[in-house]
Design a protein. Structure first.
Length: 331
């Protein structure tokens, strides 16, 4: 027969049987993380009234034991979770589905069409356009696609702008909610179509703010061969910078210290699209981008810059969330 009583803050266990069972019970309770000073084991003579008392007191003891076990498990698992890897919030990324640059000399009102590509769900499509323009005024460019998205012109730089060089640079975007095969088209509806070059690059972007994807933008011109202008001042934490520049002097294949996609069309234009290799923090940072013309001769740069906003949860200072056993606990 097993009897038990509450002893101070611990549990008293009464055993009719000998030392062997007493040792087993001691080991069992120790496994439940009870301190040794809270455990009193002893043998007792039979008692006809003891059984009911045993059941009641032993029940209380087991409840106390379970509470101690729970506290111990929470402590041990929490400490163990500190050694598990952390998970960083998703950053802005350029998806591998981004198609290659498209270049051509279509007549006015005839579209230059990209290769087919399949962006993921909820992606941002950012199109950087460069075009030849020597007529002394702005040309008219439009962007469309095979799925009927709505396209927005973010910023453009043209010959007709004050202080601008010849040539055209512009940035456009659309949001693609559904993954599907598609193409993007750029059309010149005014200008010297059929003789002047057009080139554009489509960036498929993830990790962006799906309700407000575009932040600041900027534009300017320069005749300096190698320039690193401030293209905008960031408006949120963890945004990403993109730029596009057209060298009407067509010196040769340009380059950049940023991540670039460049092209040179002899006797037409030299151009590049570029993006920062990492997100920018904090908000209020002057974001620069490098446009380096071929050789050392004077260039004729028209450039634009665009800030892509991060997903809403990543717009605060970078936070790493630790993977732990209790998913509902966050610190």
């Amino acid at each position: 027969m097993l009897s038990a009583r509450v002893h101070r803050s611990g549990i008293g266990l009464a055993l009719k049987y000998g030392r062997e069972i007493k040792d087993k019970i001691r080991r069992l309770v120790n496994c439940f993380c009870l301190p040794p000073e809270q455990l009193i084991l002893y043998t007792a003579p039979p008692d006809s009234n003891m059984i009911l008392t045993i059941a009641h007191v032993f029940r209380i003891g087991m409840m106390t034991t379970r509470m101690g076990v729970r506290r111990s498990l929470v402590f041990l698992l929490t400490i163990g979770s500190l050694f598990l890897p952390t998970i960083a919030q998703a950053a802005i990324a350029i998806d591998a589905s981004s198609p290659a640059r498209a270049t051509g000399t279509p007549p006015n009102a005839n579209a230059l069409v990209s290769a087919s590509f399949t962006p993921p769900n909820s992606s941002l499509l950012l199109v950087m356009v460069s075009a030849d323009n020597s007529q002394g005024s702005n040309i008219t460019i439009s962007v469309s696609d095979s799925t009927g998205l709505t396209w927005t012109n973010i910023v453009e730089r043209d010959k007709g702008d004050a202080g601008a060089e010849d040539g055209h640079a512009s940035a456009w975007y659309a949001l693609q909610p559904t993954s599907q095969s598609m193409t993007v088209s750029v059309t010149r509806t005014a200008g010297l179509g059929g003789t002047e070059r057009i080139s554009f690059k489509v960036y498929v972007i993830t990790g962006h703010d799906t309700s407000d994807p575009i932040g600041a933008s900027g534009e300017n011109s320069s005749t300096t061969n190698n320039i690193t202008p401030t293209i905008y001042t960031s408006t949120v934490n963890n945004s990403r910078g993109f730029g596009c520049a057209t060298d009407w002097n067509a010196l040769g294949l340009p380059s950049s210290t940023d991540t670039e996609d460049a092209e040179h069309d002899a006797l037409q234009i030299s151009l590049l699209s570029a993006h920062k290799a990492a997100d920018t923090s904090p908000s209020g940072t002057a974001v620069t981008m490098n446009f380096d013309g071929f050789g050392t001769s004077a260039a004729a740069w028209n450039w634009v810059g665009v800030e892509v906003n991060p997903a809403a949860g990543a717009a605060s200072p970078p936070v790493k969330r630790r993977r732990h056993f209790f998913w509902f606990i966050d610190w």
